[in-house]
Design a protein around this ligand. Structure first.
Ligand code: AR6
Length: 177
């Protein structure tokens, strides 16, 4: 029997406004916060998220969370049960790091499945400070979610901060249909 893919929705806005089981954070390997979507999530979610991140560092990730991996914490005051932190690759013109970017989506979905999350909101990982071109980032995101979402995750949202990103995700979704 073939598994039915999740319903994928595009949202133009701020990911910290989403009401879902899991909100994905485009973090860095320190797990100690940063700018962009990471800063927004910690600001809105409050100190409980950083507290959990510090515990994870102490227990498992003394050297930092590796690129392409994902790990969950509380969502603090966000309208979600968990924040899933993933570390995207910095874009490079000399090395193809697409597999690592796909791995962020795959690993986040795997963690969501393990937690029992049915709905998840992703930002466009690596496409801000880490410099990934949004058209390519959108294609990798859409393709990987289609391929890798566990059956239990039925509602996947990509939350795009700006109009250009939203359009590129629209194109990527249309091309995959
Ligand atoms: N909601 C949705 N999308 C957002 C929001 C928001 N509130 N804020 C920004 N974006 P970035 P990266 C978009 O830079 O490239 C941090 O310092 C943004 O327009 O947040 O993976 C971390 O600590 C862009 O399209 O993440 C790391 O050091 C996308 O989210 C580093 O940045 C990702 O942009 C990670 O860089």
């Amino acid at each position: 029997m073939t598994q039915s893919p999740p319903v994928i929705t595009l949202v133009h806005g701020d990911i910290t406004d989403q009401h879902v089981d899991a909100i994905v954070n485009a973090a860095n390997s320190s797990l100690l916060g940063g700018g962009g979507v990471d800063g927004a999530i910690h600001r809105r979610g409050g100190p409980a998220i950083l507290e959990d991140c510090r515990k994870l560092r102490a227990s498992h990730y003394g050297r930092g969370l590796p690129t392409g991996k994902a790990v969950a914490t509380t969502a603090g005051r966000l309208h979600a049960r968990w924040v899933i932190h993933t570390v995207g690759p910095v874009h490079s013109v000399v090395e193809d790091r697409s597999d690592l970017l796909a791995s962020c989506y795959r690993e986040s979905l795997r963690v969501a499945g393990e937690l029992g999350a049915t709905s998840i909101a992703f930002p466009a990982v690596s496409t801000g400070i880490y410099g990934w071109p949004i058209d390519d980032g959108a294609r990798i995101a859409v393709r990987t979610v289609r391929e890798a979402a566990p059956a239990s995750v039925t509602d996947v949202r990509f939350v795009l901060f700006d109009t250009h990103a939203y359009r590129e995700f629209e194109k990527a979704l249309a091309a995959e249909r």
